[in-house]
Design a protein around this ligand. Structure first.
Ligand code: 5GP
Ligand code: MN
Length: 332
């Protein structure tokens, strides 16, 4: 669903109060797309604020301008007021207002703001005035690149904006491992032509783990991993006590699930963690197995065909038991 770009061009012609929103536990794509649009729109004379529901991982702290973002968990009142004042609301990298908790209600109630959704998840919900959505896109950052081109603003894609877009592309594709398309490689070639230092950025993003994170990974692989060879399903879980023992902070568990997919016979992987109020699931698959359906049918979630997530309000043991009961149905 990609609408007539002239509609958006008209909306951003004159300076406005703009809010850019993305999802909880913002990843490289959420952060990259948000900061790229902030830099672009600020350059056009708009007043722009980026808002995230929860804090961002440490390995993205290098991103210029990220520290000026508002975090709902740390400043709820200010965030709601900012959303209420906004004349234009840009929703990036998520497809439904309930993915941004209480902020979603504030977005819904602001009837004066023009609302834009740019996203690559399946099934975007009808809450926006302008959609730039394509679930075949690798990332929201790829869509932002295409949208800036459509707006006739391709010259803006350089410097920080090129770095931000590359960050979302490289993280959402698992370093060009999945969800790629030929246009994407042309986009990255163009970024490189414009001076992108990709290996420098890869080191900032991926080779920046702490010793604690490496030891946590060791613990997960040695003590918290179960693999059912017959079904080709793997699971890693972390309890509340693990969180305490390893002093696990936001972002520390990022990427652990990918180790399950490194096992040749594993076709479906789950990473299940006990959070203060919910049990959170991350789901990944190889090939024709839809973890989006699994997340949607049993864990109030969704996402992409091969990468989804969800949650449940019950005990860790119960969720793990339920996962082993329902997951085999999705194996082809
Ligand atoms: P992750 O496992 O990295 O947290 O999320 C993988 C994908 O699933 C992301 O695209 C994310 O947007 C989506 N996702 C994660 N958790 C949820 C959830 O609770 N609900 C929905 N609808 N999508 C989720
Ligand atoms: Mn994304």
């Amino acid at each position: 669903m990609i609408e007539d770009i002239q509609i958006l061009r008209k909306e951003i012609k004159d300076p406005k109060d703009i809010v850019i929103l993305s999802h909880r536990n913002p990843d490289g794509d959420a952060l990259g797309s948000s900061l790229a649009m902030k830099e672009f729109l600020s350059g056009k004379g708009h007043f722009v604020k980026c808002i995230f529901p929860s804090e961002y991982p440490e390995n993205f702290e290098w991103m210029p301008g990220i520290k000026e973002s508002l975090i709902y968990d740390l400043a709820a009142e200010e965030v709601i007021k900012t959303i209420e004042r906004a004349q234009l609301i840009l929703c990036l990298d998520f497809n439904a207002l309930d993915r941004i908790d209480k902020m979603g209600e504030a977005v819904e109630q602001n009837k004066n703001a023009f609302k834009v959704l740019v996203d690559h998840h399946l099934d975007p919900e009808p809450f926006a005035d302008f959609y730039y959505c394509d679930n075949k896109a690798s990332s929201t950052c790829e869509l932002i690149y295409r949208m800036l081109n459509d707006l006739g603003e391709q010259h803006a894609v350089r410097g920080n904006i090129a770095d931000f877009l590359y960050t979302g592309i490289i993280t959402d594709t698992g370093s060009f491992h999945h969800a790629t398309n030929s246009a994407l490689f042309r986009i990255v070639a163009d970024l490189k032509d414009k001076g992108l230092d990709d290996s420098y950025l890869q080191n900032l993003i991926f080779n920046s783990q702490s010793e604690k994170q490496m030891r946590l990974l060791g613990h997960c692989l040695a003590n918290r991993m179960n693999i059912n060879e017959e079904l080709g399903i793997g699971l890693i879980y972390l309890s509340k006590d693990d969180y305490k023992e390893f002093d696990i902070q936001r972002g520390d568990t990022e990427g652990i699930i990918n180790y399950l997919l490194k096992v040749k016979i594993v076709k479906l992987a789950a990473f299940i963690t006990q959070q203060p109020r919910i049990i959170k699931l991350s789901l990944r698959s190889k090939g024709e197995i839809s973890v989006q359906a699994l997340a949607r049918d049993h864990f109030s979630g969704g996402g992409h065909f091969n990468a989804s997530g969800g949650y449940a309000h019950s005990s860790l043991a119960h969720v793990i038991k339920k996962f082993w009961e329902v997951a085999p149905v999705y194996i082809k």
